[in-house]
Write a protein that binds this ligand. Sequence first.
Ligand code: YCP
Ligand code: CO
Length: 281
Amino acid sequence: MRTRMLGRAALDESAVRRDLDLAGSFRYSDAYSDYLCGGPWRSCMLWAPGGDAGDGLVTNYDHDLPSGLTRYGDQLTYLAAVTERLFDLDHLNFARLAVISNSVIIPHRDLLELDEIPGSRRNAHRIHIPLKTDDQCFFAEDNLVFRMGFGEVWALDASREHSAASFSSRSRIHLVLDFTDVPDPASLVRLPADQGSDPPEHARPPLDDGERDALLALAEVIDRDNCRDVLAIVVKAHFRRDGGAGFVWTTMREIARRSGDPAVVGLVRQLHDHFLIERTA
Ligand code: YCP
Ligand code: CO
């Protein structure tokens, strides 16, 4: 499956703003912030297995329990009503607010750490609805970069390589929902089927040879201490220039190789494997 826009949630902007103002006083988790370079990934559970907001790490919830509204979700009456109106709550595991600003997400695949959870209970389908965003916020799936607009309902394939960027100091806030597996994911959402569309590409100029050489010259400065800083530069470049399929991790591996430093080669391999291939938590 590829990421698709399923339709629009027809949100009342002032009602959303009221809920988000209130949510400003909630306690957020910094779980998963190691996926980012820059500001943290802050999240707040509105629905979760057992109904407790918990610590935000999906693997720390008892997936045998039915999902319930948390004490935070309970206060956001408009967003809770929208969620109930639009989605099949029987298969909802988590609904959370996810907030980023001035940050990029390292290209990764999700769900890798959920192997231990029984197939029928673990997250399998993800939906994003932007509640606050701007034109300096981008999402990327493989080598496609696009924007998600306010109120749009996006079905993501989180098992594909994806990434996001906020080049803005204003908070980007998405409602992110995770559902268990069902034969037909379209059945999770109550929206007219004909509203859907593929992501409209945000066209980036091709990365030219000079720019590529400049990035590869980071081999001269990369070390164990600044490896993630170099990764941040390469991920940011991915949102501004089209460097071709697999650009971020190919470039990182080549920078590491050219550095001639086995510690850097090992660290980049470890990061790559953690974000794309295998992880336990
Ligand atoms: C995402 N994946 O792709 C999230 C961010 C880590 C897991 C945090 O939006
Ligand atoms: Co992800």
